[in-house]
Design a binder for this molecule. Structure first.
Ligand SMILES: *Cc1c(COP(=O)(O)O)cnc(C)c1O
Length: 413
C-alpha cells in the first residue's frame, strides 16, 4: 500500500528463505505461493495469499526451445496487455482489493506511465469495484497502439494525457500522494516500478520455470534478462536465493549504459536516459539498483563477480530482429532482442549449458519497429485485437498540480 517507505527507502523482505523444493509444484500459482508464504507470514494478507495467487497468477509462462541448440525463450507476454508487467500488476491489484475490501470509499491508484505499466495496471483493475485507476501519460510520447491500450477501458479507469514529459507525470503523482489534505478526501496509492507488490510475484515465474526445467533435464537454467529499472532481473536473483535451480543471470541493456559501466568496474553513476528502440528499458537511473546492492550487503565487488551486464545498441537490436527472422523464422520484440543478442555473444564466447532469454513483450506490441525489419506483418494476438476494437480516449490536462488536484477532487465526488 505504501510504495515508498516513510524514510524514502524501498521495502524488501527481511530475509529470503532458502526453500528445499523436494517436490515441484504443478502450477505457477502454487510455486509463487510457496516462494511468497514466508514473506507474508504474520501479515494481514497471509490468509489470503493462496487466493490472491490463484486469482492473479493464471497467465501461462511457456519455456520454448529456440532454433539454436540449448537456447530457450521464456515467454512472459501471454497476459492481457502482452508484457510481463501483467504479472506484477495483477498480483498488486488483487492484493490491494483484499486489503481494501472493508473500506467504504474506493482506493484510487495513480500511475504515471510511458507505456506498458499503465496498460497493465488498467487491465488488472478493470471492473474491480473497490479500485479506481488514474493513468497519466505524456502526450505524443507513446505509440498509437500504446495510447489505445491506455485509453480503452472506461468504467473505473480514467486516462489523462499530460501536455509534458514522463517526468511531469511522475511529479504530479508524487505531489498528489504527498498531499495529506488531498489524501484525506481521496484515498490514493501508486503502482510504480518500485512497488513491492509488483516485484514479489515476479519471483514466481523464475522459480516455476527453473524447477520444471530441472525436474525434466536435471540441469540448471541460466537466464538473460532485458533490463531497465532492474525489477525483473532482481526477481530472478531473489528466486535463486530462495533455492530455485537457477545458474547465471545476465543483464541485457540497451544503449543506456549505467549498469554496463558499473559492472565493468566504474562507480555507479546515474545519467539522463537516451531514447532507443527498446523504449521500456530507456532508464538512466534504475530504480531497483539500491535493492540489488542491499542484497549483496553493499559489497560491489561481490555483486560484480555474480552478475554481468551487456549493452546492445539500436543497430544490433535491429540486426538481431532481422536475422533471427531470416535464419530461423523467430520474431522477437526490441526488448527481447537485447537478450537474444546478448545470448549470441555469450555463446560466441564459449558459454555452454541451458540458457533462456526472457521475452518481456509480444512483438505485435511494437509493430512499427518490428514489421519494417522483417518485411512482413506480425499476427495480432486475440487479446490485443479485442482491445484495438474498442474505442479509446484520454482527457488532456496541463502538467500543473493545482489543475490535477482540482480534477481529483471532482472525480472523487
Ligand atoms: C518494463 C519492461 C522492461 C524492463 O523491465 P525492468 O523490470 O524495468 O528491468 C523490459 N521489457 C519490457 C517490454 C518492459 O515493459
Amino acid at each position: 500500500m505504501a510504495g515508498l517507505a516513510p524514510d524514502g527507502g524501498l521495502y524488501l523482505p527481511e530475509t529470503l528463505h532458502r526453500l528445499p523444493w523436494s517436490v515441484v509444484p504443478e502450477t505457477l500459482a502454487q510455486t509463487s505461493m510457496a516462494l511468497l508464504a514466508p514473506m507474508f507470514a504474520h501479515d494481514a494478507l497471509a490468509q489470503a495469499l493462496p487466493n490472491i495467487c490463484e486469482q492473479a497468477l493464471t497467465v501461462p509462462v511457456p519455456l520454448r526451445s529456440m532454433q539454436t541448440p540449448n537456447d530457450y525463450i521464456l515467454e512472459l507476454f501471454h497476459g492481457p496487455t502482452l508484457a510481463f508487467k501483467d504479472f506484477g500488476a495483477r498480483f498488486l491489484a488483487v492484493a490491494l482489493d483484499h486489503l481494501h475490501v472493508a473500506a467504504t470509499r474506493p482506493l484510487t491508484i495513480l500511475v504515471a506511465t510511458s507505456g506498458d505499466t499503465g496498460a497493465a495496471v488498467a487491465a488488472a483493475c478493470d471492473r474491480r469495484p473497490g479500485l479506481r485507476v488514474v493513468i497519466l501519460y505524456p502526450e505524443g510520447r507513446v505509440s498509437a497502439r500504446q495510447a489505445h491500450q491506455l485509453g480503452c477501458w472506461g468504467d473505473n479507469v480514467y486516462t489523462l494525457c499530460v501536455s509534458g514529459a514522463f517526468d511531469d507525470c511522475q511529479a504530479l503523482v508524487k505531489q498528489a500522494l504527498n498531499d495529506s489534505h488531498l489524501q484525506a478526501e481521496v484515498p490514493m496509492t501508486s503502482a510504480n516500478s518500485i512497488s513491492l507488490g509488483r516485484l514479489l510475484p515476479q519471483l514466481g515465474y523464475y522459480g516455476h520455470v527453473a524447477l520444471s526445467h530441472y525436474a525434466q533435464h536435471q540441469r540448471t537454467l541460466n537466464f538473460v534478462v532485458p533490463t531497465g529499472n532492474l525489477g525483473n532481473a532482481l526477481a530472478a536473483i531473489m528466486a535463486r536465493q530462495s533455492g530455485a535451480p537457477i545458474g547465471e543471470i545476465v543483464l541485457a541493456t540497451n544503449a543506456n549504459r549505467v549498469l554496463v559501466d558499473f559492472f565493468s568496474g566504474q562507480f555507479y553513476q546515474p545519467r539522463p536516459s537516451v531514447q532507443t528502440l527498446a523504449n521500456a528499458m530507456d532508464v538512466g537511473a534504475p530504480s531497483n539498483f539500491e535493492r540489488l546492492r542491499y542484497l549483496y550487503h553493499g559489497n560491489d565487488q561481490a555483486l560484480r563477480r555474480n552478475l554481468r551486464a551487456f549493452r546492445v545498441d539500436d543497430a544490433l537490436i535491429a540486426t538481431t530482429i532481422r536475422q533471427r527472422y531470416q535464419r530461423y523464422g523467430e520474431i522477437v520484440c526490441p526488448h527481447t532482442a537485447t537478450a537474444v543478442a546478448t545470448l549470441e555473444q555469450l555463446r560466441a564466447q564459449g558459454h555452454s549449458g541451458d540458457w533462456a532469454v526472457v521475452a518481456t513483450a509480444h512483438p505485435a506490441k511494437f509493430d512499427t519497429v518490428v514489421e519494417p525489419l522483417i518485411g512482413t506483418t506480425v499476427a495480432l494476438p486475440d487479446s490485443l485485437a479485442d482491445l484495438l476494437q474498442r474505442s479509446a480516449s484520454a482527457e488532456p490536462i496541463a502538467p500543473d498540480l493545482a489543475v490535477f488536484r482540482h480534477w481529483l477532487r471532482q472525480f472523487a465526488q
